[in-house]
Write a protein that binds this ligand. Structure first.
Ligand code: IVH
Length: 667
């Protein structure tokens, strides 16, 4: 392929990927399968690798990858980013309406929008290209967080007009991402974020864009800042225009002709707010007509043509009837408040996290107290304070127990941790949590083994250790509640399939302290077998890129435990794979069947995705290209292979089917 053809194809692929991104991330309506998307992206990456000078910053391949910075540059907002005046009740909304109507002669239409609880940002496009993204800062000077914002997939890197425009909106973290992030942080012993807004702000303030990229942020655009060719007459037209450029705008906005309609909108969202999958903290009401906006003008800090109605912070008072202690996988004992059920922000709350002993002591929380609770970020219930006036005279200060609530062994504070831990390796609560971790998605990924099934298996003593999972037999499974013939067969299949997982999944599943999914992959790729890893010394381990001292120390200690040796021996006997199957990170061996070979993949393979196979072939010294030519050495043809297969036959090129491929890979 010559450069001109490559450029043509590159442009075509970029257009496709932009459309796929837009459908998926902006419209929430995917138009292709993940596999198709991956394949298109892979092809683009290949071509861009071949012609690096054709790479442009607006290419869909260029979202992550910017280097970490030491500090953010300052950015001046030429049109200041103002804030809004607040209204806290219906009367204050009516007052706002009166002021507006006094200020203009003509009829008023309002636009009501959800007030997204995130971080205000400004995005600048020059000739249609995203060139800069900034925080609001103090309104006149913000910080340049372009590299972080580029990782938000709903932000187009290129918009549909060649226009130069600065747009504004709210970057936020959807509930699902927030809950996932906090769960991960919890597992790693890191402090969870208090609410999605802090999590979004924290993510966008990271100096390394790779972190923001992992956080699954999103954005809604709601306004225009600096814009020279702007000719529109109303805010609502701007919203439509933003949408037509490819931006994600919030679909719930509504025109309202009267303040009663505005109040209806406010009331509707006060009720429906819990159903959204992102956080809102109020409603923004804006005068639609831009000329009227000008007439009304601004106070020093905010426009007179808009106001933010703020939802009341949802608090409720209830009784704390008890404190439950649970023991996590790593032995950390977490106290949870048991509450008399009470309704907050649309859902019934009966439990709230008390975090740790320090939290209970600081707030002087005692059993029987009346407590004010709130849903932090309106999702996670939290005890805010004790209503001291209502405290019973005989209420005793709460003391955390000295012994593990699950196994009775003495609890300890490790190093200078706040948390209390049970360090008994045989503690049943830890074992059970450890099993749940072992089968979880990023670990062995055994479908059908949820928390409830594990709890039953554990209770019935069918599974006490990880290796017991691989000894399960159908008759005993069938004795479990709600376990039918079909689920049992599926479960046994899933367990069987998991035996073939690559080493890193097993390694992560073992739950070695400080070894998360990423470190597990690094270790697996480096040491390649469990045996090699188990024999690695501290020095061997710290010599590996990205493996720190704490991790190295933890790995050495782990493999020194006699029960670990026994467990690994058991798993080996049970045919659980202990070899790394991912791409090699070291140089390929010269006798690799793919060494220096040019390979073309065509058709659909049963057992490999294209990406996996490409990585494997490359790791084995081959290169994978998109089209068959006289230079092609091998064509790997799956189901429904079409013209490439025909061409390979014409040219007499070596053609492998999947069986042959598997033979070679397993040799
Ligand atoms: S309009 C001059 N619309 O709320 C008017 N703001 O104090 C500029 N916000 O920090 C704001 N959702 O980041 C507007 N639909 C929305 C909004 C919104 C959230 C934030 C904004 C600003 C604060 C207003």
């Amino acid at each position: 392929m010559n450069k001109q053809d490559a450029e043509k194809e590159i442009n075509h692929l970029r257009e496709l990927l932009r459309q796929y991104n837009h459908d998926y991330f902006v419209l929430d309506d995917p138009s292709v399968t993940d596999a198709e998307y991956d394949q298109t992206m892979r092809r683009l990456l290949d071509l861009e690798a071949e012609y690096p000078d054709l790479v442009t910053p607006d290419s869909p391949s260029q979202r992550v990858g910017a280097e970490p910075v030491d500090a953010f540059e300052k950015v001046q907002h030429r049109v200041p980013m103002l804030s809004l005046g607040n209204a806290f009740n219906e009367q204050e909304l009516r007052d706002f309406d009166r002021r507006v109507r006094q200020g203009v002669d003509s009829d008023i239409t309002y636009v009501c929008e959800l007030k997204i609880d995130g971080l205000a940002v400004s995005l600048t496009y020059e000739n249609g290209q995203f060139v800069r993204g900034a925080t609001r800062g103090d309104g006149t000077t913000g910080e340049d967080i372009t590299s972080n914002l580029r990782t938000i997939r709903s932000i187009p890197l290129k918009v549909k007009d060649q226009t130069t425009i600065e747009v504004r909106g709210e970057a936020f973290m959807p509930h699902k991402s927030f809950l996932g992030l906090n769960k991960d942080r919890d597992e790693r012993g890191e402090e969870p974020f208090a609410n999605p807004r802090n999590a979004a702000a924290g993510s966008l303030r990271q100096l390394d864009p790779k972190i923001a990229a992992r956080r699954n942020l999103d954005i809604f655009l709601y306004g225009v800042g600096e814009w020279e060719d702007g000719e529109l007459e109303a805010h609502s037209e701007r919203l439509d225009y933003l949408k037509s450029l490819g931006f994600k705008t919030n679909p719930e906005w509504k025109k309202c002709a009267t303040i009663d309609d505005v109040i209806d909108y406010v009331n509707k969202w006060t009720v429906e707010r819990p159903e959204l999958n992102y956080e809102i903290d109020g409603i923004v009401i804006k005068v639609d007509n831009l000329e009227q906006q000008e007439t009304l003008g601004y106070t020093a800090r905010s426009p007179r043509w808009a106001i933010a109605y703020k939802f009341p912070a949802e608090e409720a008072v209830t009784t704390l009837t008890g404190i439950e202690l649970s023991v996590g996988r790593t032995g950390v004992v977490t106290p949870t408040a048991i509450l008399t059920p009470v309704k907050v922000a649309g859902t019934t709350v009966q439990r709230a996290s008390l975090h740790n002993a320090d939290f209970i002591e600081e707030k002087d929380i005692r059993i029987g107290d009346a407590v004010a609770i709130k849903k932090a970020g309106d999702i996670i219930p939290e005890v805010i304070r004790v209503i001291m006036e209502k405290r019973a005279e005989d209420a005793e200060p709460y003391a955390m127990p000295d012994d593990c609530p699950a196994c009775g062994s003495e609890l300890v504070h490790l190093e200078d941790e706040v948390a209390l831990r049970c360090i008994n390796p045989d503690c049943p609560a830890q074992l059970q949590e450890g099993l749940i971790h072992f089968v979880s998605r990023d670990a062995m990924n055994i479908d059908g083994l949820g928390e409830k099934v594990i709890a039953q298996l554990f209770k019935e003593k069918l599974v006490q250790t990880i290796s017991d999972i691989y000894r399960l037999q159908k008759p005993s499974l069938l004795e479990l509640e709600r376990m039918g013939e079909k689920s049992a067969t599926n479960l046994l299949n899933a367990i069987e399939v998991s035996k073939n997982n690559s080493l890193e999944k097993l390694l992560f599943g073992l739950g070695i302290r400080f070894i998360g999914a990423k470190a597990a992959k690094t270790l697996a790729a480096h040491f390649r077998t469990m045996d090699a890893l188990s024999e690695a010394t501290y020095d061997d381990l710290v010599a590996v890129d990205e493996i720190g001292e704490k991790m190295a120390d933890s790995v050495v200690r782990y493999f020194a435990e006699p029960h670990v040796t026994e467990l690994l021996e058991d798993l080996k006997q049970l045919d659980v794979n202990m070899i790394y199957k991912g791409p090699e990170l070291s140089a390929p061996e010269a006798d690799s069947p793919f060494n220096d070979k040019t390979v073309v993949l065509t058709g659909k393979l049963e057992n490999y995705t294209r990406n996996e196979l490409k990585e494997t072939i490359e790791a084995m010294g081959g290169s994978v290209t998109g089209s068959v030519s006289a230079n092609t050495d091998i064509v790997i043809a799956g189901e429904a292979a079409g013209s490439k297969y025909e061409k390979a036959r014409e040219l007499g090129i070596d053609i492998w089917d999947e069986t042959k491929l598997q033979d070679v890979l397993n040799a």
